[in-house]
Design a binder for this molecule. Structure first.
Ligand code: PLP
Length: 394
């Protein structure tokens, strides 16, 4: 197997994706949830095969994708399901918007738990729905004998929101940007409440293949009968295998009545997805698991590296402990740069991070740091942060 590899900064700057085009060349770009690893060799090969055969048409029936995803779920999460349940959309955003349209009329309510992936708000606007935000509560939790800063769901407020007429709940599990994973107990409580109040839970599980330790994560649909009755899971290979530009996501309902509702979606929801994305997703879920194992352990190491660097270089900052992927949630409030520290970091430090306030009011004074890159770039980014936060204020 080819070892995982990250190109040099100079080579990365040749890429044409958003991450590398959005900012001028003197800026180190760390927003946009793309990783800098070279993609898995099995996926490269499938894509080359398609191009070599000029097999570049529309996406038609693709039963092998359902099989690959169901098999991946059984192996990785101990959660098998029938492959025929798997449906396809062009991306996770489109899947969530199209599915929501079946359950929401203009002006009706969708719940989110902020700080949360900023496009949830855009999708709610696209649906002409009302956003009911039940923020996660920043707190300390017990982890073994120690205590750790984290976030918890506010179940009383969730119940009040459901009782006020919420129709759909957008759940981010695992949670971007906070790095948390909801427990079986928390997911079951959501499912029970949703069942009681007739709420559909759309569980965005796009980051789930990147959970560092398999025992740490349960798909929403796996936790209870109630979860299967109210839940629709949305997943994609696009984050874990870095295939966002190839455009293909999958969604699954295991309840027969929900599945019937999904059958009424326009056929175009399927064929607007890309053949490249679908074939790449099959290769990802079926053939690129050893590659993914390496990426996961490299990312966990990088999380620890970032944590050490922050403790050393930015002693007043705090990195929340993420349990998956490459997104670090960093509290910079103690540096007194106001609600949007990302702005100063960009203009004075030439380092681009996601501004925390875009994830919701609780994100003011925070940034999201994408550490899915080389150690050198992580080190350089922290150095640039230090120049703005520490050196110029003291
Ligand atoms: C939680 C979450 N959902 C969805 C997306 C976007 O997925 P897609 O490009 O498939 O719409 C992202 C991208 O970062 C994400 O973090």
């Amino acid at each position: 197997m080819t070892p995982i590899h990250i190109p040099s900064l100079q080579e990365l700057r040749e890429r044409s994706s958003e991450k590398w085009r959005r900012f001028p060349a003197d800026v180190l770009p760390l927003p946009v949830a793309e990783m800098d690893y070279e993609i898995a060799p099995e996926i490269q090969q499938r894509l080359i095969d398609l191009v070599t055969r000029s097999d570049t048409g529309y996406l038609g029936p693709i039963p092998e994708l359902g099989e690959a995803l169901a098999h991946f779920s059984a192996r990785r999460f101990d959660f098998p399901f029938e492959p025929e349940r798997v449906r396809v959309a062009v991306d996770v955003g489109a899947a969530i918007v199209e599915v929501s349209r079946l359950f929401i009329h203009h002006g009706e309510k969708i719940m989110v738990n902020s700080p949360v992936y900023q496009n949830f708000y855009n999708w709610i606007k696209e649906l002409h729905a009302e956003c009911v935000d039940v923020p996660l509560i920043e707190c300390e939790i017990e982890v073994g004998a120690a205590r750790e800063r984290s976030y918890l769901l506010d179940f009383d407020a969730i119940e009040r929101g459901y009782a006020s007429g919420v129709k759909v709940h957008f759940l981010c599990h695992p949670h971007n940007p906070l790095g948390i994973i909801f427990t079986a107990d928390q997911l079951s409580r959501i499912a029970e409440l949703a069942k009681r109040y007739g709420v559909i839970v759309i569980s965005d599980e796009i980051h789930s293949p990147l959970v560092y330790h398999r025992e740490g994560y349960l798909p929403f649909l796996s936790v209870s009968d109630a979860a299967r009755e109210v839940g629709i899971a949305v997943i994609s290979a696009s984050k874990a295998w870095n295939l966002a530009g190839l455009k293909c996501a999958q969604f699954v309902a295991l309840d027969d009545r929900l599945n019937e509702r999904l059958k009424s979606l326009p056929e175009a929801v399927h064929f607007r997805a890309s053949l490249f994305g679908a074939i790449a997703a099959v290769a990802a879920f079926k053939e690129s698991n050893a590659w993914l194992d390496e990426i996961r352990s490299d990312l966990e190491r990088k999380r620890d590296l970032l944590n050490d660097l922050i403790k050393e270089q930015l002693p007043k900052a705090f990195l929340f402990r993420t349990h998956f992927g490459y997104l670090g949630w960093v509290d910079l409030r103690a540096y007194g740069l106001g609600d949007e520290p990302a702005r100063e970091l960009l203009t004075r430090g030439k380092v681009a991070l996601n501004p925390g306030h875009t994830y919701g009011p609780g994100g003011r004074g925070f940034v999201r740091f994408n550490f899915g890159t080389s150690d050198e770039i992580i080190e350089e980014a922290v150095l640039r942060m230090r120049q703005v936060l520490v050196e110029s204020t003291h």
